[in-house]
Design a protein around this ligand. Structure first.
Ligand SMILES: C[S@@+](CC[C@H](N)C(=O)[O-])C[C@H]1O[C@@H](n2cnc3c(N)ncnc32)[C@H](O)[C@@H]1O
Length: 191
């Protein structure tokens, strides 16, 4: 069942209508960089990142669901990717190396996080100087949709304000996604 869900996440993430290639281009990763994919799900993006950052880089695939992480581990092995580190998180207590990350990537996960301002603040300790956080989240959409009925979205203005309160500055906004908003942040005193 977990495997089926993981594959379903990956099918959606890789669908050209969700612009995966444009997302990859917009975050401009380089070989050797270190990335955390928080809420990695089936790991579609974790694996794409791993191919770009190469053996000298690292991708922490972070999730609360051990079954999804098992799927990511097996998929990385199949592709011969040795730089993907499945990382289980319980109760938002992230176990990542401090001051190590060039990028934290969060796609379709912030609606699961309860105290977001505190959570976003807590991410700062993992970033390298000039590290970035990229957030992709569902827009509200129509009321009688799954995400409308179950609140699986966070408006862009809310995310921008919460990130500002948490000490970040909006660096870039990408407007090419049909169902989501996509914003990239840096720590405030670094710009
Ligand atoms: C809708 S899926 C998105 C998966 C993936 N990011 C994608 O775009 O295909 C949300 C994922 O976030 C995970 N998740 C939920 N709460 C989380 C938390 N507090 N920390 C990390 N992952 C979480 C879920 O287990 C699930 O895998």
């Amino acid at each position: 069942m977990t495997n089926i869900q993981a594959k379903m996440f990956n099918k959606r993430a890789s669908n050209p209508k969700n612009r995966p290639d444009q997302i990859i281009k917009a975050i401009s990763l380089r070989p050797g960089q270190k990335v955390a994919d928080i809420g990695s799900g089936g790991g579609y993006f974790s694996l794409r990142f791993a191919e770009i950052v190469g053996e000298k880089g690292r991708v922490y695939a972070v999730d609360t669901n051990p079954g999804f992480l098992e799927h990511v581990k097996n998929s990385a092995k199949e592709k011969g990717l040795v730089n993907v580190i499945p990382t289980l998180v319980s109760k938002d207590e992230l176990d990542l190396p401090e001051k190590s990350l060039d990028l934290i990537f969060m796609r379709n996960v912030t609606h699961h996080i309860p105290n977001r301002v505190e959570y976003f603040k807590s991410l700062r300790r993992f970033l390298k100087p000039y590290g970035r956080i990229a957030i992709i989240e569902y827009k509200k959409g129509k009321i009688f949709t799954f995400r409308g009925l179950f609140g699986h979205y966070v408006p862009k203005e809310t995310i921008i304000q919460e990130m500002e309160e948490a000490g970040y500055l909006l660096e870039k906004e990408c407007n090419f996604l049909p169902e989501q908003h996509f914003t990239i942040y840096v720590v405030k005193n670094e710009r």
